[in-house]
Ligand binder design. Structure first.
Ligand code: NAP
Length: 248
């Protein structure tokens, strides 16, 4: 990354290689942001996007979010290169499904770390330039599993609920300094994370959804786009579901 006098806003997105994260990267580029993202591996789609966007506009780093020092270093590099961070989307996450008694402790640790510790540490590392400029929005990608209990996802639910607690308290802490913090809680949408769900499971979700369909990545993009816009300038500390009414 090179130092720049570019005045375009800067967004950091964790987990930009595929799924919602990749869609967020593309959407933020379309909105005129420079974007910095990371994941453990790069997808062909992201590699092609980087090639067409160029290094000054889109950077990707191979990084395992379980390494706190690497997360800190990533954020430091972004700030060194761009001198600002306007938006942080804590998107990287990992699903974990299974009865608790049958879940290995290492899987519990990994789910808690990726879904909770990583966003907390990444936010900590990205906040300084936001506070210094009295401007910024942190969007935490939560889940309807944080809002409603469900068999087989206790650890995932615990991590996402804790992330929502982080949203509420941090919003109070940094609101006076001009930084907003929100959670977006999507219902089920198609991605690698939900590719293991059976047809029966997906049909059950649709039956319980007033708008009678699964979510899409576009549904989530629309909400995130609104929340980072000036139109949402008086919204902070809220957990906003985009779930077709599943949790209403
Ligand atoms: P996905 O397709 O599995 O993508 C997850 C992204 O996170 C990938 O880019 C992955 O890249 C990255 N990632 C995972 N672990 C990482 C780690 N340890 N270090 C760095 N990067 C890591 O997931 P998705 O469905 O798009 O989900 C995105 C977010 O939405 C997650 O927070 C998820 O909990 C939430 N959500 C999803 C749904 C749904 O129905 N899909 C519903 C509600 C909420 P690498 O594997 O290459 O590292």
């Amino acid at each position: 990354m090179t130092t720049t006098t570019d005045e375009r806003p800067v967004a950091v997105v964790s987990g930009g290689s595929r799924g919602l994260g990749f869609a967020l990267v593309k959407d933020l580029l379309d909105r005129g942001y420079r974007v910095a993202t990371f994941s453990r591996s790069e997808s062909d789609g992201l590699a092609a996007l980087r090639k067409s966007a160029g290094d000054a506009t889109l950077t990707w780093c191979a990084l395992d979010g379980s390494d706190p020092a690497a997360v800190q270093e990533f954020a430091r590099d972004v700030v060194r290169a761009h001198r600002r961070i306007d938006v942080l989307v804590n998107n990287a996450g990992v699903g974990l499904e299974g009865l608790l008694t049958l879940t290995a402790p290492a899987a519990v640790e990994n789910a808690l770390h990726t879904n909770l510790t990583l966003p907390v540490l990444l936010t900590r590392a990205c906040l300084k330039p936001m506070l210094a400029r009295r401007h910024g929005v942190v969007v935490n990608i939560s889940s309807i599993n944080a809002l409603r209990g469900q068999t087989g996802v206790a650890v995932y639910s615990a991590a996402k609920s804790a992330l929502d607690g982080f949203t509420r308290s941090l919003a109070k802490e940094v609101g006076p300094a001009g930084v907003r913090v929100v959670s977006v809680a999507p219902g089920y949408f198609e991605s690698e994370m939900t590719s293991g769900m059976s047809g029966d499971q997906l049909r059950r979700v649709v039956r319980r959804t007033p708008l009678a369909r699964l979510g899409t990545v576009e549904d989530v993009l629309g909400l995130v786009g609104f929340l980072i816009s000036p139109a949402a300038g008086f919204i902070t500390g809220q957990i906003i579901a985009v779930d077709g009414g599943y949790t209403c």
